[in-house]
Ligand binder design. Structure first.
Ligand code: ADP
Ligand code: ADP
Length: 229
């Protein structure tokens, strides 16, 4: 079975002002097998965020279907949403909450019973145990990024989605994030990440789909894809 399945997925953004309708996704067919570490590679404007945002329920698709763990996103939105953890590009967070508070709040939102919460374990996994009770405004960008990953994993979703996880992140932190993503994948989490950065897809992912102008132009195991480029 597939963790994520897209069939004929289209998105047309309606114009605001003078711009015409924007065909951001032009019939995407994509199957992401359970257990894979899947990279969606493409230049800026290719449609990567649109795809992620449709899966996350943040953007409504125009046509086609998008299913997560067997739940179609517009037919069973809450089940689809509960099956994913999403790490957005933006690091929006209340500056006066602490990492521990944010993880507890998220656990509450997702109905994780107190006894089943993994707050300490998650803080430790992303190297934030020392900062558990610090105000978010005192965290570096890299720490905030790691906190967002921990937050996405609070309800132990089978699928983790990361939108440009290492954009604007320094080399050392990039390695740390990659290691953590690999660890999660080895323990059974299916991972889907977007990147415009070939090296990231190359080092981290087992399968790579290349998208451009709202279309999939290649989708292959990394080993066969890289032999051709
Ligand atoms: P990527 O994440 O690959 O950079 P996006 O999904 O952000 O690509 O964008 C795909 C295309 O859709 C781009 O041409 C972008 O300008 C356009 N687009 C994205 N969001 C909107 C929006 N809210 N309204 C209109 N056009 C948009
Ligand atoms: P929620 O109601 O939590 O948003 P879903 O998105 O899973 O949950 O489902 C939306 C509605 O469809 C609910 O009323 C649910 O009972 C019903 N539903 C869920 N799964 C199925 C299914 N396989 N077939 C028919 N109806 C379903």
């Amino acid at each position: 079975a597939n963790a994520v399945e897209l069939r004929g997925l289209t998105k047309i953004y309606q114009p605001t002002g003078k711009a015409g309708p924007k065909h951001a996704l032009k019939g995407i067919d994509l199957a992401i097998p359970r257990g894979s570490l899947f990279g969606l590679l493409g230049p800026n404007g290719a449609g990567k965020s649109t795809m992620i945002n449709i899966l996350a329920g943040l953007v409504n698709k125009t046509g086609g279907t998008a299913s997560i763990w067997g739940h179609e996103v517009s037919e069973r939105p809450r089940r689809a949403r509960a099956s994913i953890g999403v790490v957005p590009q933006e690091l929006n967070m209340d500056p006066f909450f602490t990492p521990r508070e944010m993880l507890e709040l998220q656990a509450g939102l997702y109905g994780v019973p107190k006894k089943e919460r993994r707050t300490e374990e998650l803080l430790d996994a992303v190297g934030l145990s020392d900062k558990a009770d610090a105000h978010a405004r005192s965290l570096s960008g890299g720490m905030k990024r790691r906190l967002m990953v921990a937050k996405a994993m609070v309800h132990t979703p089978p699928v983790l989605i990361l939108d440009e996880p290492t954009a604007g992140v320094d080399v050392e932190l990039r390695r740390q994030l990659w290691d953590y993503v690999r660890t999660l994948n080895k323990s059974g989490t299916t991972v889907l990440l977007t990147t415009h950065y070939l090296q990231e897809a190359e080092e981290l992912c087992d399968t790579i789909a290349i998208i451009n102008h709202g279309q999939v132009v290649a989708c292959e195991p990394k080993t066969t894809l890289l032999r051709r480029v």
